[in-house]
Design a protein around this ligand. Structure first.
Ligand SMILES: Nc1ncnc2c1ncn2[C@@H]1O[C@H](COP(=O)(O)OP(=O)(O)OP(=O)(O)O)[C@@H](O)[C@H]1O
Length: 270
């Protein structure tokens, strides 16, 4: 059996009377690209927030690298190797691209200028240099060298999304949570982003959990897909299995193929 980096066990979450998630369980294999799909309001972002620690589930557990992290704050989960990007951009618009990326790594540094006069002596300085070097590696990897000194707020939407990804990567995460990484992008930007996600998965060995509405992208780059519907897990499996499922077609893709759905119901009953 493939080892899981993340286990979500019976997670439920409600906002007042609204049940955002009901008893959802799944496992994410280490090294995989795992997509969460579902109609608007299905609970996808709520699930990502339960994983990252932004929300506390009312019941159930989140287990990351065999450690129960359900009660840990987002920063503590980041320290354990969870990175994330947001549905709406969360960059510092007035800061340069490089500074935005460096911010992502500051919590990893044991020393900083606040530690006082010793800063300019090693090992603090060495650590800072290694930190910069790693950020430069990410900048090269995501091909944003030409904009490293640009003010983030002045960049196109597609580039800002890439910078946000760079900042999440700067945490050296083992798992990265991406909330609609291709939202609002044109076709070319989407293709680029899909390639970067695949490469960060393959070259950097980062496991990816992603919410994405573009089914073409989901089919192309996911190893596994889970479908949420009204806060419940409808199914999970290989992308082709999920896309072929008549209930998914009906619930998510809006395809009404009554013959197929009836056939499936007969099969299930027998
Ligand atoms: N902070 C909140 N307060 C109150 N209700 C919320 C909150 N966050 C989410 N909800 C509700 O929980 C349900 C699930 O929302 P969620 O944003 O997780 O769905 P989603 O699948 O990510 O939707 P979308 O695709 O539109 O982003 C919805 O009914 C939503 O209105």
């Amino acid at each position: 059996m493939t080892e899981s980096i993340l286990k979500v066990e019976n997670v439920s979450l409600a906002f007042g009377g609204v049940k955002a998630l009901t008893d959802v369980s799944f496992e994410v294999p280490r090294g995989s690209v795992f997509s969460i799909i579902g109609p608007n309001g299905a609970g996808k972002t709520s699930m990502l927030n339960c994983i990252s620690g932004r929300y506390q589930p009312n019941s159930g557990n989140v287990i990351f690298n065999d450690k129960i992290v359900t009660d840990l704050r987002p920063n503590d989960r980041a320290d354990l190797g969870m990175g994330r990007t947001f549905q709406n951009l969360a960059l510092f618009g007035h800061m340069s691209v490089l500074d935005n990326i460096m911010v992502g790594r500051h919590h990893l540094l044991k020393n900083n200028w606040l530690t006082g006069p010793l800063y300019w002596a090693s090992p603090a300085q060495k650590e800072e240099l290694a930190h910069r070097r790693y950020c430069e590696e990410i900048i090269d990897f995501l091909e944003i060298s030409h904009i490293r000194k640009s003010v983030a707020g002045t960049l196109s939407y597609g580039l800002r999304k890439r910078v946000e990804l760079a900042r999440a990567m700067a945490l050296k995460p083992k798992l990265i949570l991406l909330d609609e990484p291709m939202a609002g992008m044109n076709l070319e930007e989407k293709e680029d982003m899909a390639r970067y996600i695949l490469d960060l998965n393959e070259e950097f060995g980062i496991t990816v959990v992603m919410i994405e509405h573009d089914m073409g992208v989901v089919m192309d780059i996911s190893h596994q897909v889970m479908v949420l519907d009204f806060g419940k897990k409808l199914m999970s499996g290989l992308p082709e299995e999920v896309m072929a499922d008549p209930h998914v077609k009906r619930a998510y893709l809006g395809i009404e193929d009554d013959d197929e759905i009836e056939e499936e119901a007969v099969k299930e009953a027998s």
